[in-house]
Design a protein around this ligand. Structure first.
Ligand SMILES: [Zn+2]
Length: 667
């Protein structure tokens, strides 16, 4: 727990910010959030992408005693942050699927012995016996829930394992929660607080249980939601112009836009194949581009990302796998050639433009075919329940898991092989597995990069005494020691291509050297791997007993449908300011016209708005049509009800039709 003794003061937080991050002061709502969590309050922070979210838990974690547990589903981000923190000399670690039990035990014990300040955990780990046992012995400063919208079934990215968080709070009664999200509608904000409130162990029934098939056995009740301190930053992006372009030929339009707006750009496409096609097309048109998706080798991804980051390549054509954790402030243009599934996703991706505060554009290319494609995604994402059950059965044949067995068995999952064997299509199989995941039968982790890891298995002195190493082995060992700390006590993620560049070797050579050092028992090398996993969370059920409750199917399907429709509405509503539409979706009603989106800059907007004005508003505009300033009292001369005149006056001022100064109004 953070008590005032541990929490030395705001000054301390500022010193830490300066020491490790080099900033002089906090910005936006960072300070408020840090003070709130620092004084032990449950806290909810809503910050748009680029608002400096990670500072709000990293700084207080360093100011407090014990370990801060950070729950996040973004494994790539988790690894990036751990590497970054370690580079700054901060002890941080991460636990996620794909680590061996031995590795997990080592990390957890390091936490217990007070060595680790920040521990990242994927939500799936929360229910593991090992984690829960070790957690009880840990001194936990506070729990950070990143991507907190994932706890809400109303959110676009609901993950049942997030519901375990309330459960672990029982074991940590004194650790407050810091929930963070960059995307949440008002309904989700409320739901986050309710779902994260600690569970009262004395009570006898649990409304939450009915929502979560995996914890339904133990009877509990949620206590009335304890008040969270909620801090919200406006999601308005003043320098970002949102544009929807109707285009029959999106490729022509894309080239046209890239030729009209200078600077670095991201183009988002739905499929991996399309990223390559579009990138090729741009290069042919003389626009320097490359492509990026989750299926590429890590070294290739790193190379392309670096080239783009250093402005050697202008355009990155990518799937939604690109962008998380990438901080390039001077992106001038984000173009979607395909529609995302939700405004939440659109807003996050579009928001990667213009983080430096200079003018930037977020363009969505849309045509009538998109409407049909979006509708089809509903069926693709929610295949029939019978189909889902069939996939469950085929999965058991695939791995030869008999009814009643398979509990906690983990398998690598090759989707192509599976589809080939059972004549399925990958998109529907992927959706079916996600539904089974949500229903608690299996854990399905999509293709993910597990970066290579290294730990020395002999001590430093023994290492220096070795004499039979080849020159390349010497080079690699030296590069490892120079670039990564703590390799004698713990596994560290390493970047083979980086080591290769330091040693003047090829990544393949580094790989072989590490293999050979591993065989010689000098170090332990876990090569990078790219595989999805399937893990049975329950013994294999008889297929006819498989239950897919409404909360993971019907209700979610309905929400998905609503989100798809909100996306379509955004793309097709062309008489309300785009920025307004987006902010309204996230619950900001007090927004104003951005004066830079396609709607604001078009005539149809003005005429539609003029048409919507009341008689009172017209009368006021009429009065001011002489271009002079009029004293507010002159409104009395208009022969219309005063109350409605006041309403119209306020509206015209808010919409900036007219201006007011010192009691005088003018157009
Ligand atoms: Zn606008």
């Amino acid at each position: 727990m953070i008590c005032s003794k541990d929490w030395n003061s705001n000054e301390n937080a500022k010193n830490i910010l300066n020491k490790y991050w080099g900033y002089d002061d906090f910005r936006g709502i960072q300070k408020e959030i840090i003070e709130s969590i620092g004084s032990g309050h449950d806290t909810l922070g809503l910050m748009p992408t680029g608002g400096g979210k990670s500072i709000t838990f990293q700084v207080p974690a360093l100011c407090s005693e014990g370990t801060c547990i950070v729950i996040t589903p973004l494994i790539a981000l988790m690894k990036d942050q751990v590497m970054n923190l370690r580079r700054h000399g901060i002890r941080a670690a991460a636990i996620y699927s794909g680590l061996s039990r031995e590795e997990i035990v080592t990390i957890l014990e390091n936490c217990i012995f007070g060595d680790i300040k920040i521990l990242y955990v994927s939500p799936e780990r929360l229910s593991s016996e090992l984690f829960r046992t070790k957690l009880r012995h840990m001194k936990v400063s506070f729990i950070t829930v990143d991507e907190a919208h994932c706890i809400s079934q109303w959110g676009y990215d609901f993950r049942p394992s997030y519901l375990e968080i309330a459960d672990i709070r029982k074991d940590l009664p004194n650790a407050p929660v810091l929930a963070l999200t960059a995307t949440a509608t008002p309904l989700v904000v409320e739901d986050i607080q309710e779902k994260l409130s600690p569970i009262d162990p004395r009570a006898s029934s649990n409304p939450r249980a009915s929502r979560n098939p995996r914890v339904s056995s133990s009877p509990r009740i949620s206590s009335p939601p304890s008040p969270f301190n909620v801090f919200k930053m406006s999601f308005e992006r003043k320098n970002l112009a949102y544009v929807v372009r109707r285009a029959a030929d999106k490729r022509d339009e894309l080239i046209h836009i890239l030729n009209s707006v200078k600077g670095c750009a991201i183009v988002y496409a739905r499929s991996r194949r399309r990223t390559k096609e579009v990138s090729d097309m741009l290069n042919e048109a003389g626009i320097s581009a490359t492509f990026y998706h989750a299926g590429l080798e890590t070294a290739t991804k790193d190379e392309r990302q670096k080239a783009w980051q250093n402005d050697e390549t202008r355009v990155m054509v990518a799937t939604n796998a690109f962008g998380m954790g990438i901080d390039k402030p001077d992106v001038r243009l984000v173009i979607h050639i395909d529609c995302p599934d939700s405004l939440e996703a659109y807003f996050q991706e579009a928001g990667r433009a213009g983080r430096d505060g200079f003018k930037a554009y977020a363009v969505l290319l849309y045509n009538d075919a998109d409407h049909r494609k979006l509708d089809k995604r509903i069926a693709d994402t929610f295949p029939d329940k019978d189909y889902v059950k069939k996939v469950y059965e085929h999965l058991a044949y695939f791995y030869q898991v008999g009814v009643g067995s398979g509990y906690h068995a983990t398998f690598e999952f090759n989707i192509d092989k599976f589809c080939h064997s059972f004549r399925h299509f990958p998109i529907q199989v992927d959706s079916a597995l996600k539904i089974l995941n949500r229903a608690g039968y299996i854990e399905y982790t999509e293709e993910q990069d597990n970066q290579a890891r290294v730990m020395f298995t002999i001590g430093r002195n023994d290492l220096y005494r070795l004499e039979n190493n080849s020159p390349n082995e010497e080079k690699v060992i030296t590069a490892l020691l120079r670039n990564y700390g703590g390799l004698f006590v713990d596994y560290n993620f390493i970047d083979e291509s980086f080591i290769a560049s330091q040693c003047d070797l090829k990544p393949q050579q580094v790989y072989l050297v590490l293999k050979s050092l591993s065989e010689k028992h000098i170090l332990h090398f876990i090569p990078q791997k790219k595989t999805p996993y399937v893990r049975y969370l329950q013994r294999r059920e008889d297929t006819e007993h498989i239950q897919i409750p409404p909360v993971v199917y019907e209700e979610r399907k309905e929400q998905f449908r609503q989100r798809i429709h909100a996306m379509i509405e955004y793309a097709t509503t062309d008489n309300i300011c785009r920025s307004r539409q987006l902010l309204r979706y996230f619950g900001e009603t007090e927004s104003h016209d951005c004066r830079q989106c396609d709607v604001c800059l078009s005539d149809r907007h003005d005429s539609a708005k003029e048409a919507a004005l009341t008689a009172e508003a017209h009368a006021i505009l009429e009065l001011l049509s002489d271009g002079k300033e009029h004293h507010i009292t002159e409104l009395r001369d208009i022969q219309l009800p005063t109350e409605q005149l006041n309403v119209a006056l306020e509206y015209l001022l808010a919409e900036e039709y007219i201006h007011q100064q010192d009691g005088f109004i003018s157009r």
